[in-house]
Design a protein around this ligand. Structure first.
Ligand SMILES: [Zn+2]
Length: 295
């Protein structure tokens, strides 16, 4: 998850150009409905994209032929929509703005185009993403108070730490712990229900848990790559400092604290029992008591 700048695209100009292009399937209906579509764009921005806002956009009742043509323009973009390729290529190379994975390459419609064809090529509705795009399907808002998907162009809080791992020992050991994800802002925060909904309907539908289960043994085995510790003995305070420094590096490298690597290290940093395990594990690795091949 990451807050990113809105694309510098003039959607009004694009709408006008598309509606004037008689070679397109949307002609002439697009021109006939252009005022309505413009109004819907303005409503989207006015509501800060929030589907729970009292002024949130409602689906337009467009003719099927026009709705299909607008979706088709997204799938086979005419030259007026060249900006789509730019967002796909340059949008957020470090991290997926929607789920925090370390990849992008596709585009996600925050308001799904099946229900909202009028936003099929509306730049403020299209964000770079990874394959979480397909896994989310049409989840956009929940039924409980405050439940909605976060929007990387409209929710600046996405650049604060919102989600971290919950690491629990299995049979008293942290060698292969149980790893879950939890919201890490107070449940009194007005954004809490939205973050929780986003966690469940976007992040948890990805392979994040499998990724973290794979990442954990890497941290244990190659601890030197992650944590800068004195070569002889070290105190728990020095370990604490090293883990928090690793977390800062990870946050900076991925331009957001809500990337998958940071989620795991943040969960470690606040877990004193897991930290004590890590400290003992590193000492045992250094003394040769533990063979790295066994991890
Ligand atoms: Zn993603």
């Amino acid at each position: 998850m990451r807050y990113i700048p809105q694309p510098n695209v003039n959607d009004d100009t694009i709408l006008t150009a598309l509606s004037a292009n008689s070679a397109l399937a949307s002609h002439p209906q697009l021109g006939m409905h252009i005022a309505l579509i413009r109004e819907s764009y303005a409503t989207y921005i006015h509501a800060n994209s929030n589907p729970l806002s009292i002024s949130a956009p409602q689906p337009l009742q467009l003719l099927d032929a026009l709705a299909d043509a607008m979706r088709w323009h997204y799938l086979r973009p005419p030259r007026e929509l060249d900006y789509l390729a730019d967002i796909r290529m340059k949008g957020s190379p470090d991290v997926c703005p929607m789920c925090g994975s370390l990849k992008t390459g596709t585009l996600d419609h925050v308001y799904e185009k099946s229900r909202f064809p009028e936003f099929s090529f509306f730049s403020k509705n299209i964000v770079p993403a990874c394959d979480c795009n397909n896994r989310r399907q049409q989840s956009h808002q929940g039924i409980q108070h405050g439940e909605r998907v976060l929007h990387p162009y409209f929710d600046p809080q996405m650049n604060q730490r919102l989600v971290r791992a919950k690491i629990t020992s299995v049979s008293g050991s942290y060698l292969k712990p149980l790893i879950e994800l939890e919201v890490c802002i107070p449940d009194t925060d007005p954004l809490f229900p939205a973050v929780k909904y986003h966690l469940q309907s976007v992040i948890m539908r990805t392979q994040v848990i499998q990724y973290l289960e794979h990442f954990w043994p890497k941290i244990l085995r190659f601890y030197n790559d992650y944590f800068k510790l004195p070569t002889d003995n070290f105190t728990i305070t020095e370990l604490d400092h090293a883990v928090n420094e690793a977390l800062s590096v990870c946050d900076r490298r991925r331009s957001t604290p809500n990337n998958w690597d940071s989620m795991l290290i943040a969960g470690l940093a606040i877990n004193p029992v897991a930290m004590a395990f890590l400290g003992q594990h590193i000492r045992d690795m250094r003394s040769g008591k533990i063979n790295p091949e066994d991890i």
